[in-house]
Design a protein around this ligand. Structure first.
Ligand code: UGY
Ligand code: MN
Length: 241
């Protein structure tokens, strides 16, 4: 059954919401028994790429040559010999190269960003597990938990966090900032304000927010809403793009 031309997907100059009914799959070079859904890329206005990779059993992919952060959504994905399950992640700097495959299949979200080295400090590769990261309460609000997945170290030029909102919890302000965001809804639902639009959003949706896009979120429903959010970080604004 088609949707008679209707979708929640919306593309605006400073943001877009992409919903799963509009996802298009294509395998970039080096991807076998796997496919990618590219959510954010320079062609759409972002200074980074963010894409979901769907691996069949025996699937392999090649990263784009930039530094890379990979977060497993389901199944299992092996990065440089380490098997990662759901909510586990890996960071690989640009100069290391990443061998990525999935023996039995799985899904992962991948973020790549041209690396801005500061004072010659090169970040080291690492892996982690979101479930073991201690949360902080945003602005002291216990209903809004932030988990920081990239170490607080100026060697890293971007941040990736998860944010978990209890039903009814909301960002304390409409944020407007120079950093851009890539956001994947992992769980639950709510309303996202982006510039002068209010969108109902739910698990599986992707949002790109450009620099200075006004943004606010409030969680709705009876279960927590959770998203994975990228932002450029730790660099002088003259060096963002
Ligand atoms: O880190 C952030 O800028 C975050 N609070 N933004 C957001 O959730 N839209
Ligand atoms: Mn923000």
């Amino acid at each position: 059954m088609h949707n008679l031309g209707h979708t929640r997907t919306s593309r605006q100059h400073d943001h877009f919401l992409l919903t799963p009914d509009t996802f298009v799959r294509a395998a970039p070079p080096g991807m076998r028994n796997a496919t990618a859904i590219v959510h954010a890329a320079p062609a759409g206005g972002a200074a980074f790429t963010e894409y979901t990779v769907e691996f069949e059993a025996g699937g392999v992919m090649q990263a784009g040559g930039a530094q890379m952060f990979l977060y497993v959504l389901d199944g299992a994905v092996t990065v440089n010999g380490q098997i990662l399950g759901p909510a586990q992640y890996a960071y690989v700097p640009a100069d290391r190269g990443a061998a990525i495959q999935s023996e039995r299949g799985g899904r992962a979200i991948v973020i790549e960003k041209p690396q801005l080295i500061l004072n010659g400090e090169k970040p080291n590769p690492f892996t982690g597990d979101e479930r073991t990261v201690a949360p902080t309460a945003l602005g002291g609000d216990e209903a809004l938990e932030v988990r920081t997945l990239i170490p607080p170290d100026f060697a890293f030029d971007f941040a990736v966090n998860t944010m978990t909102f209890l039903p009814g919890a909301a960002l304390p302000m409409v944020e407007v900032h120079v950093m851009e965001h890539g956001l994947l809804m992992l769980e639950g639902s709510g309303i996202y304000r982006l510039n002068d639009n209010w969108y109902p959003v739910t698990a599986g949706d992707f949002i790109w927010m450009g620099s200075y896009c006004p943004q606010w979120f409030g969680a709705l429903g009876k279960t927590p809403a959770k998203y994975l959010i990228y932002k450029d970080w730790n660099r002088h604004p003259l060096h963002i793009k």
